[in-house]
Ligand binder design. Structure first.
Ligand code: MTE
Length: 314
């Protein structure tokens, strides 16, 4: 697979200029009003972030206690930097997040390459507190900063024949010396188009009012709070629109374990029961809580799956 990594030199003429984004903006009505109040067009320092949350409560904000940033940025899955939970925080400093581009390919009117800073300033950044549920039966509550993925997808101009979107993460062996050899890199994930266009799906540049720590998927990732955490690909360099269900790293590896949909479902056990989750913050009581269908976002997303047998399409 031909990938542009952040080592590949790209002529500036190939990168969509910010003015193009601005023009395009005028034509987008959109989901900006669907999310939380827009708090700023740039990321805020953490203290300002706390005020902003109080002033602009998001309809997606849940009453759960936030996981401290010290935990959210120290207990990670980012296998490109090692498979232990503490590895990414120790190792991901080698990831270079500038220059960075995202290539848009497949079933679009015109393939294009977007620079990360143009993408970052394309829409106002919103803060959204989401429950974050990993298939390993732990959970966190994280304030993510970004805007709806649908905003970017609209900008990409996918063709009506595009039924799915695939996200491909960066791979750079020099910057990832601990890359485990047993996986089919680069990391890839995918969504059906209506899932990707759902207002809960977030294109994410920061958390806790700060730019994303490298170990959390800098400089850009997706966050899909109703799905197992592994669907939320980190450090994205390419987005491909397709008419067929795209391959994904985990589905390729263990299809019986990691279905394409991967919606949080307490009724379907993986290698272990998914009925409960351990909250990653030892000060929170109870330590273990019941897992909710769609991670508690059923009111928002259940209709996406009307008529589907969720035992079959797990
Ligand atoms: N994206 C990439 N590129 N590589 C990964 O290993 N791990 C996934 C997902 N995205 C992963 C990834 C898994 S298993 C989870 S649970 C979440 O990222 C973890 O996100 P967090 O470390 O910010 O909590």
């Amino acid at each position: 697979m031909l990938l542009r990594t952040n080592k590949t030199k790209i002529a500036s003429s190939e990168i969509t200029p910010e003015s193009a984004f601005r023009n395009r903006r005028q034509f987008l009505t959109s989901a900006a009003t669907l999310g939380a109040g827009a708090i700023a067009s740039s990321l805020l320092p953490a203290s300002a972030f706390a005020d902003a949350l109080t002033t602009f409560p998001s309809k997606y904000t849940l009453p759960d206690a936030l996981t401290p940033i010290g935990k959210a940025a120290a207990y990670n899955n980012f296998y490109e930097f090692g498979t232990e939970k503490s590895d990414p925080a120790h190792n991901a400093h080698t990831l270079q997040v500038r220059p960075w581009t995202i290539q848009v390919a497949g079933l679009v009117k015109k393939p294009l390459t977007v620079g990360i800073d143009d993408l970052l300033h394309y829409r106002p950044i919103e803060s959204r507190v989401y429950r974050h549920r990993c298939v390993e039966a732990w959970s966190m509550v994280i304030p993510w900063d970004g805007y709806s993925l649908s905003e970017f997808i609209n900008f990409c101009n996918p063709l009506p024949s595009a039924k799915y979107v695939q996200f491909i993460s960066n791979i750079n062996r020099k910057q990832m010396p601990d890359l485990p050899s047993e996986y089919n890199w680069p990391y890839s994930e995918g969504l059906r188009m209506d899932e990707a266009m759902h207002p809960l799906a977030l294109l994410c540049f920061g958390c806790y009012g700060q730019t994303l720590p490298n170990q959390n998927g800098a400089p850009v990732r997706v966050v899909l709070p109703w799905k197992w955490g592994y669907k939320s690909a980190k450090s994205i360099v390419k987005i491909v629109f397709t008419d067929k269900q795209p391959r994904t790293l985990w589905n390729d590896l263990m299809p019986e374990e990691y279905g394409f949909y991967s919606n949080v479902n307490p009724n379907i056990s993986h290698r272990w029961s998914q009925a409960h989750e351990r909250r990653i913050d030892s000060s929170l009581l109870p330590h273990t809580i019941p897992t909710q269908m769609f991670n508690g976002y059923g009111n928002e997303v259940a209709s996406l799956y009307n008529g589907m047998d969720l035992k079959r399409y797990y």
